[in-house]
Design a protein around this ligand. Structure first.
Ligand SMILES: [Zn+2]
Ligand SMILES: [Zn+2]
Length: 257
């Protein structure tokens, strides 16, 4: 178990660093407000996510749930990846254009603790905001009363994997995922902080949405080993897909299954 956990930590941290490097390279080449990365990044990150899941299957072997090992990705799931990732990167580009998102104060050559704390704390506040303002009030309702808005996401049950996280309709995507970046900007404005967000906070938030669907239950989402060990968000959300109810928040609560 501990070897699997260690291998997963290393893989998750390296993959996230690679994801950020891909962003840096792509935006460095085209510029933060260019539209070309909006179409290029979904292709690049598609291969990164698939490579990490392939590694997860390899290290877990027979320990990985049989339903996941037997499942073959469909063209519909691949299509949803690009249908969902493209507007996400489009929203990122618009945040850059309006000066609401930047890449200031943190880079590999000049390590900056203050900026790193800002990025991580902003990300944690985004997770809480998303659960409190979106998942708690709307997710259960979408299962009981407005299931037509959410049923696409639950076409994938216990076989869910990182890539199928994007199997989601546009309105559901806005309610459950994209709202976090807008709400954190509103919170910063309300408390008198500069109304901007570091792109890494947004990337960490999106990474959580993807990783809670991973085939590997040891997957990190908080990039804090203690929080990841305590909350096990991946297991909670995989249970949500298996039951098609319960565990409505990304961070499990005491009442969850
Ligand atoms: Zn659901
Ligand atoms: Zn899900």
């Amino acid at each position: 178990m501990w070897l699997l956990q260690l291998q997963t930590f290393v893989s998750d941290y390296l993959t996230f660093a690679s994801d950020y490097c891909i962003w840096l390279w792509t935006y460095g080449y085209f510029g933060l407000t260019d539209w070309k990365p909006v179409f290029l990044l979904p292709v690049q990150v598609f291969f990164l996510v698939q490579a990490k899941e392939a590694f997860n299957f390899w290290i877990m072997g027979d320990k990985c749930a049989k339903v996941k090992r037997n499942y073959s990705m469909t063209w519909r799931v691949y299509g949803f990846w690009f249908r969902t990732a493209t507007p996400f990167y489009g929203a990122m580009m618009m945040l850059h254009r309006f000066g609401l998102q930047d890449n200031e104060g943190f880079n590999f050559s000049e390590f900056n603790w203050a900026s790193l704390c800002d990025i991580i704390l902003t990300f944690y506040v985004m997770v809480i905001i998303k659960d409190v303002c979106s998942m708690l009030p709307f997710h259960e309702k979408m299962h009981n009363e407005w299931y037509h808005l959410h049923k696409t996401h639950h076409e994938i049950g216990t076989e869910c994997a990182a890539l199928s996280s994007t199997n989601i309709d546009p309105l559901d995507l806005i309610i459950e995922n994209l709202c976090a970046s807008v709400l954190i900007l509103a919170v910063k404005w309300a408390f008198g902080f500069p109304v901007r967000i570091h792109m890494l906070s947004t990337l960490l938030s999106a990474n959580l949405d993807v990783n809670v669907h991973s085939v590997n239950p040891y997957t990190s989402v908080f990039f804090n080993p203690v929080l990841d060990y305590v909350f096990r968000c991946n297991i909670a959300h995989n249970i949500h897909h298996g039951l098609n109810k319960d565990n409505y928040t990304f961070v499990p609560t005491a009442n969850d299954a």
